[in-house]
Structures are given as C-alpha cells and as structure tokens.
Design a protein around this ligand. Structure first.
Ligand SMILES: [Mg+2]
Length: 381
C-alpha cells in the first residue's frame, strides 16, 4: 500500500480560549488501495499545515502507511532542527493517528485491538467543566448534574481569574479563599461523592503554587494539574516535595524524550499526554509504558476535537495503567454534533469501547461544505 495524497482539512471555529484561537485540523491520508486514514491536531492549523506541506508530505507520499514506526522515525528526522516541540510534533501527531486508523482498517480491527486489546469493558471518565453551567457561580448545580449522569469526577480551574489579577506572582488571603470556594462548596454539598481535579494552566510561580497546594490539602482534590509552567521540571520537584497532593503533568510535554525527564525526576503522580500533541498514538503508548515502569497511571488529555476523542478512547480502552479519561460534556453533547459519522458519549460515567475498524469514525458527509472549513490536497505530482 502507498500513500497517494494528504488532505488537510482546517476547521476555523471562531473560538478563543486562554492564549488564542483553537482551530481543529484534520488530516486524511489517501492510498492507492482506496483505504483512508483520519487524524487530528490543534490549535494553530496554519502552523501545523505549513509543517505538513513542507516537511512531512515529502517523506510520506509514495510510502507504505503500514510501516508506522518507520514513518514516525522519518517524520521526526525531517524536523530534527526542532527537537520535541511545537507545530512540528503536533503535525506528526495528526499523521500518526491517521496511520493507526489506516492500519486498523487494513486489518479489519479497532485500533485498541492493534494496541494489544481491551483492558476493560468500558472506560472510566471525568468531566472537564468548559460548560454552560459556570463552576465559579453554580458549582453545586454543575456537580449535581454530573452526579445525576453518573459522572463522579470533574475538573475546574477557579484559581485562573485570581492568577490573572497578579500575573500569578502574588496571592492574598482573600484571593486564596475565592480560589478555594467552588471546591469547598462542592465538598459541603456532596461530601466525598464527587472527586475534583484542580487545573492551574501553568499560571503560577513556585511560592504561590506551594501556598495554594498547602491550602487545598484539607479539601482533598483528586490532583493538582500544571500549577507551574512546564519548562523547568526541577521546580516541579520542589513543588511535589511541599505537598501530599498528587501533581498531574502535562499535556504540554511532547514525545517520550519530553516525558523521560519528568518520569526521572518523580514530580508527577499522574501522567497526562495528549495524543494530538505528544506525537500521536505511537508516542502516547510509549509514554504510558514508561510511566508503568514507575508504577504511575496515565490520564490522557482529551480536550480537543472529535477525532482525538475517538483516538483517546481507543488508547484508554487498551492502557493497562489507565487512571481516568478526560471528557467534556459540552464537546460530546454540542460541539462535536454533526462532524463525524458516530458519537461516543458516557453511559453512567463510563465510555463504551469505541467502534472499529480503525478509529471507527469518518468525517460526516457535508462537513467540507460547512462555513469555516478549508480543504487543501497534497498529492503525488
Ligand atoms: Mg490541563
């Protein structure tokens, strides 16, 4: 089998979160045997498309898509000026996901089967609260609705508005109380029925992070995620030593080499790669295997588009050391609507095993005609 064309399908969503626009980029590999493979990355489609056009297409077109490890190594070599960072690795991630989709279709099996088979009958999830119900003002209503749906773990980021006030450099006692309040209210309303992960998006300096972690201890959050920027993992080691709460890191690290340093220094208790960012399914499973050697679990980051959602479910179905899979109810109930040929929604707090063959899903007919969707095709000349 040979790759004959790469379709780049950019979906401009007109949505800005944190630092900028979050657009989804789908890649579709076409082959001389008629099989196709679908992958995804985000958030900066224009940069990822430039990498795909100029660096990756030349090492993919005309080559065998079933040699996944060799294709990955050649792509990584083609961007060796970059190392493990940026749009280069995100673009590789999208292609790798599409290669696994193709391999599954060629074998007539779901991707999780190729990864080593299902390690569970269904996948435990938590909900990340990009939600129409605001966790700052109505935390009890939000937690109550999730519990009603059988979802007993959620992730919130009430310290972000506080960090914005001081650039994450200083925190007053009043700000501390404000940051803690949503978690405190959830605990008061539901006791230990709801587990709550606290997300910090890397906004804090070390002394503030230490103070916040110590102040949160009595409320027993499920984990503390990215309290500091991820560039100096030695600082994370200090943070980890200052608290009994588990640290979770990090969707922003890429490839097995990026995670190697984190695993060696022991700062994190929960490992969180994003398949669409870390180098694809190939890299995520290697990172998970490395984590397993340290007896650490993996909670895949799954806060992107709908193809990532399916790929993450395939990985989560397989991983022996899965902790929980991230899901976003606003995504699977609203934003993914009509984009793919299938949906994947939790039932009583667990995702069913995803379908196959491959990732088990295609772009829905009509998606290419949507406003904000731009198609580009790179074919063998
Ligand atoms: Mg995060």
């Amino acid at each position: 089998m040979k790759i004959t064309a790469i379709e780049l399908i950019e979906y401009q969503r007109g949505l800005t979160v944190h630092a900028g626009a979050i657009d989804w980029l789908w890649v579709r590999l076409q082959t001389d045997e008629g099989l196709t493979g679908l992958g995804e990355t985000y958030p900066l489609a224009s940069a990822e498309k430039a990498v795909l056009r100029r660096a990756l297409a030349p090492v993919l077109l005309g080559r065998d898509p079933l040699q996944i490890d060799l294709r990955w190594a050649e792509m990584f070599r083609s961007i060796s000026y970059s190392g493990w960072a940026g749009a280069e690795i995100r673009a590789i991630s999208a292609i790798d996901m599409a290669l696994w989709d193709l391999a599954g279709k060629a074998a007539g099996m779901p991707v999780y089967q190729l990864l080593g088979g299902a390690s569970r009958a269904s996948i435990p999830v938590y909900n990340t609260c990009y939600d129409r119900v605001d966790f700052l003002t109505e935390p009890e209503r939000l937690a109550g609705e999730l519990l009603e749906a059988g979802i007993a773990a959620m992730k919130i980021w009430p310290f972000d508005p506080v960090a914005a006030e001081s650039g994450g450099q200083f925190i007053t006692s009043e700000q501390m109380s404000r940051g803690i309040e949503p978690l405190e209210r959830i605990r008061r309303a539901f006791g230990d029925r709801m587990d709550v992960a606290m997300e910090f998006h890397g906004y804090w300096n070390l002394p503030c992070a230490v103070r916040i972690a110590q102040a949160l201890e009595e409320y027993r959050p499920m984990w503390l995620e990215e309290m500091l920027p991820q560039d100096n993992l030695a600082a994370y080691r200090e943070l980890a030593a200052s608290t009994s709460l588990p640290l979770c890191l990090s969707e922003r690290l890429m490839t097995r080499w990026g995670f190697r340093e984190l695993l060696d220094n022991g700062a994190a208790r929960i490992i969180m790669p994003d398949i669409a960012w870390c180098g694809g399914l190939s890299e995520a499973r290697k990172i998970a295997a490395m984590a397993e050697t340290w007896y650490l679990p993996v909670a895949p980051h799954n806060c992107g588009g709908p193809v990532l959602h399916f790929a993450s479910a395939h990985l989560a179905a397989n991983l022996p050391n899965l902790y929980l899979l991230e899901t976003v109810r606003r995504h699977y109930l609203e934003e993914y609507e009509g984009l793919l040929t299938a949906s994947l929604v939790p039932i009583q707090g667990r995702l069913p095993l995803p379908p196959g063959p491959g990732l088990g899903v295609e772009l829905a007919p009509g998606v290419l005609e949507r406003p904000g969707v731009i198609l580009e095709r790179i074919a063998i000349a």
